[in-house]
Design a protein around this ligand. Structure first.
Ligand code: DOR
Ligand code: ZN
Length: 344
């Protein structure tokens, strides 16, 4: 059987939620990843170091016994965030980044930023503290077509930001377009990007295959095939500023299968396996380790992990549903097969 051993990977973009849901999703991530950048879009959002400390404690308390896992906490940027809070974050030792959601861009983003320029003093402090800025890069202007929101964000907001803060480390999260790939490739070394499994494996036809497919709805939304191909090229290129970030985002089935369904795809149950599929399809399995286990740590300036994980090429069927707390949820590939599995 074909086997592949990698340095233990990290997930540089993950939604763990809280309470019962946190406890039920955490084992999936912990089984595969040594660390994860934990998104702060709880209700209410994690806007202070104290809130991040308390959330981190809840995550640690919910870990399975003997888990070797480190949650890397983030702060949710608002227009009330101050440079002093950035210093406190840096000094905490457990807050590793600050997340910018344009207000209204996605799930639980209502407290996000309406005018990026108001955050300039905070970016200045982050630049000095060496704290990375993680960006949900989509404009929220309802006049902009949903498929163009990332490209327009890059032009309107990201290009000026990168110019104005030449030393600020910026991660353009979950990139979905050719425009984002070329932007990151030609940007200076302080700009990187994460890529999700769904954007490597699916194009927007997956949203409408034989009918509406709410479980393929996430934000940024899936794009055309040529964009998917550009993402696969970027991920498998060996370029050190593209790295793994699942954006795994649990929502109960009833919230997805609804007249106004939530954005978010749950992939933690098969995350590294799905990336292996995408890399195998591109004939680039030898590049998976860099993308999954090296590039992110290098970009964040953290040590690479020392343990390993072994994958085997062996098909298994994803359950039709999993439990998020008390509610069933539908994981990516539910009822279908995945070509790789994690060896025991
Ligand atoms: O699809 C998404 N779901 N995109 C995001 O940016 C947020 C996430 C969530 O929290 O559910
Ligand atoms: Zn996310």
């Amino acid at each position: 059987m074909e086997r592949l051993t990698l340095t233990r990977p990290d997930d540089w973009h993950l939604h763990l939620r809280d309470g019962d849901i946190l406890a039920s999703v955490l084992p999936d991530t912990v089984r595969r990843f040594r660390r994860a950048i934990v998104m702060p879009n709880l209700k209410p959002p994690v806007t202070s170091v104290d809130a991040a400390a308390a959330y981190r404690d809840r995550i640690l308390a919910a870990l399975p016994d003997e888990a070797d896992f480190e949650p890397l906490m983030t702060l949710y940027l608002t227009e009330e965030t101050t440079p002093g809070m950035i210093d406190a974050a840096r000094q905490s030792g457990f807050v590793h980044a600050v997340k910018l959601y344009p207000a209204g861009a996605t799930t639980h983003s209502a407290s996000g930023v309406t005018d990026i320029r108001r955050c300039y003093p905070v970016f200045e402090a982050m630049q000095q503290a060496g704290l990375p800025l993680l960006i949900h890069g989509e404009v929220t202007d309802p006049d902009v077509d949903i498929f163009d929101r990332e490209a327009v964000f890059i032009e309107r907001h990201l290009e000026p930001l990168v110019r104005d803060f030449p030393e600020l480390r910026i991660v353009l999260e979950h990139v979905t377009t050719e425009a984002a790939v070329s932007f990151v490739e030609s940007a200076p070394n302080n700009v990187g990007a994460t890529i999700t499994p769904q954007h490597l494996l699916y194009n927007r036809n997956a949203l409408f295959a034989g009918g509406m497919r709410p479980h393929h709805f996430c934000l940024p939304i899936l794009k055309r095939e040529r964009h998917r191909e550009a993402l696969v090229r970027a991920a498998t290129s060996g370029h050190p500023r593209f790295f793994l970030g699942t954006d795994s985002a649990p929502h109960p089935r009833h919230a997805k299968e609804s007249a106004c369904g939530c954005a978010g795809i749950y992939s933690a149950h098969a995350a590294i396996e799905l990336y292996a599929e995408a890399f195998a399809a591109a004939g680039a399995l030898d590049r998976l380790e860099g993308f999954a286990s090296h590039h992110g740590a290098d970009f964040y300036g953290m040590p690479r992990n020392t343990g390993t994980i072994t994958l085997e090429r062996a098909e298994w069927t994803v359950p039709e549903a999993v439990l998020f707390g008390h509610d069933p949820g539908v994981p990516l590939r539910a009822g279908e097969t995945v070509a790789w599995r994690v060896a025991e």
